[in-house]
Write a protein that binds this ligand. Structure first.
Ligand SMILES: [Zn+2]
Length: 134
């Protein structure tokens, strides 16, 4: 079925890959099944926005009905237990101020990457401090 971005992006065509690229790869399968089911429920293919919010997949469409909304809610519930990075079973990781649904391995990777990034930022600040006082 042909999907479009609606007014959100001037009605440009939305491919499945475009839609999947809005969130982490781990949710690609949830989105693929979602758009197929929505098409079967009479969805007109107009998608407004796809994003992650508080660790949950949000899929906004134009015209909808109860069946379409229920199926979208179901995808949101599925995303809440699916690692957004790799698709394994996950849970909401609230360690940092941005909530993400991650599996234990990706959550650990996130912790290591975040600490490394913070350490580098501190190093840069320290270097700048040394230069400005020199
Ligand atoms: Zn993962």
């Amino acid at each position: 079925m042909k999907m479009t971005w609606g007014w959100y992006r001037n009605g440009a065509e939305a491919t499945l890959a475009d839609i999947q690229s809005q969130v982490g790869k781990g949710w690609g399968d949830i989105l693929e099944r979602l758009v197929i089911d929505l098409a079967n429920l009479g969805w007109n293919g107009e998608v407004m926005q796809v994003k992650e919010k508080f660790g949950v997949l949000c899929f906004y469409v134009g015209a909808s009905n109860a069946a379409i909304r229920n199926r979208i809610d179901q995808a949101g519930e599925e995303s809440a237990i699916t690692c957004e990075w790799c698709g394994q079973l996950g849970s909401v990781d609230e360690r940092y101020h941005w909530m993400l649904t991650l599996c234990p391995q990706c959550s650990e990777k996130r912790r290591v990457d975040t600490e490394l990034r913070e350490a580098k930022a501190l190093e840069r600040l320290a270097e700048q401090g040394t230069k400005s006082t020199a």
